[in-house]
Design a protein around this ligand. Structure first.
Ligand code: GLU
Length: 282
C-alpha cells in the first residue's frame, strides 16, 4: 500500500508593523501559488506579538492589500496574540525537559563578552543584524537545578542549543543548508523578561500545532529556521518543509523594508497599478 499523500498546509505570516511592500507581496504570492499547486490549504497567521511596533490599522491594511492582490486563505485568520497560553504551555514543556535556562545578562553583557571582530554579530547576507552568539561561559552548568517558571515571567529564558552540532535541512528553493549550533548561532531567547514569547518560539509552536507542511518565507529567515528546527525537535514535533524566497531589493540593491513606502502595495494601488501587472513582474 502506498502511503496517503500528506495534505499540504501552508501559511502567510505577515507582521502588522508597517505597510506591506512589493517584496512581501512576491513572497506571499509564491506561498499562495505553492499551496494552490499542491491542492492544499493556506492559513493566514497575524504575527501581532510585537507590542511596540504593532498597530491595529496595519492589520486591516495588510488584509486589505493581500485581498486586493487576489490572495485568498482559509478563514478565520489566526492571531498570535490569542495563542499566548499555547506558547506558555510549550515553555513549561521545555522547562520540564531541562532544555532552557534563565538569563540575567543584558545585551551589553553579551556583546562585551564577545571578542571583536566576531562573525556572530555581523549581519547575514541580506538580513537584519542577527542575535549575537550567546557566550558559552554565561550558561549555567547543564546539571544546575532550574528555578521555577514564574507567572508572569520576569527574566529572559534561553534554549540550551546542542553546541557543536550541525543542524541541516534541504530548502525547497535554496537547496541544502547547514549551520553549527554554538558557532553560527547560540543559546537563543525563547521567552522575554517582559513576559512575551520570542518570535522563534511562537513560530515553532504555531507551525507544529497548525499542522503546517511547508513554510514559504523570505530567505532572511534561514538563520531562524535552524533555531526553529531545534525548538521543534525539543518539543517533539517534526519540522515542516521550508522554501525560502530571495528578498527583493530596490534599484540601489538595498533590501526592501517597510520604510520603502513608495513601494508599498497601497502606494502602488493609489498610483493606479493593477494587481495583475504587479504579479506579472514577479
Ligand atoms: N512575520 C514574520 C515576518 O514578517 C514572518 C514569519 C515567518 O514566516 O515565519 O518577518
Amino acid at each position: 500500500m502506498s502511503p496517503t499523500p500528506r495534505h499540504y498546509v501552508g501559511r502567510l505570516a505577515p507582521s502588522p508593523t508597517g505597510l506591506l511592500h512589493l517584496g512581501h507581496a512576491r513572497t506571499f504570492w509564491i506561498a499562495a501559488q505553492r499551496a494552490r499547486a499542491a491542492g492544499g490549504t493556506l492559513l493566514l497567521r497575524n504575527d501581532d506579538l510585537d507590542a511596540i511596533r504593532f498597530r491595529l490599522d496595519f492589520v486591516a491594511a495588510m488584509l486589505e492589500d493581500l485581498r486586493w492582490l487576489g490572495l485568498t486563505w482559509q478563514e478565520p485568520i489566526i492571531a498570535q496574540s490569542h495563542r499566548l497560553p499555547r506558547y506558555r504551555a510549550a515553555l513549561a514543556r521545555l522547562h520540564a525537559a531541562g532544555q532552557i535556562f534563565p538569563c540575567h545578562r543584558s545585551r551589553r553583557d553579551v556583546l562585551d563578552a564577545l571578542s571583536a571582530p566576531h562573525e556572530a554579530g555581523a549581519p547575514a547576507r541580506g538580513a537584519e543584524p542577527d542575535e549575537p552568539v550567546y557566550p558559552v561561559q554565561f550558561r549555567p552548568p547543564a546539571d544546575a537545578t532550574l528555578p521555577p517558571l514564574t507567572d508572569p515571567v520576569t527574566c529572559n529564558w534561553r534554549l540550551r542549543v546542542p553546541a557543536g552540532e550541525t543542524v541541516a535541512f534541504t530548502d525547497g528553493r535554496a537547496g541544502p543548508q547547514q549551520a553549527v549550533a554554538g558557532r553560527d548561532f547560540g543559546d537563543f531567547l525563547v521567552w522575554r523578561k517582559d513576559d512575551a514569547p520570542s518570535y522563534q518560539l511562537a513560530c515553532a509552536v504555531d507551525d507544529a500545532e497548525l499542522g503546517i507542511t511547508e513554510v514559504v518565507r523570505g530567505d532572511d529567515l534561514i538563520k531562524s529556521t535552524f533555531r526553529q528546527i531545534l525548538l521543534l525537535r525539543a518539543l517533539g514535533a517534526t519540522p515542516p518543509d521550508y522554501y525560502h524566497c530571495p528578498l527583493m531589493t530596490d534599484d540601489a540593491g538595498t533590501r526592501l523594508a517597510k520604510r520603502h513606502d513608495a513601494l508599498s502595495l497601497r502606494a502602488l494601488r493609489e498610483q493606479g497599478r493593477k494587481p495583475e501587472e504587479i504579479i506579472a513582474e514577479f
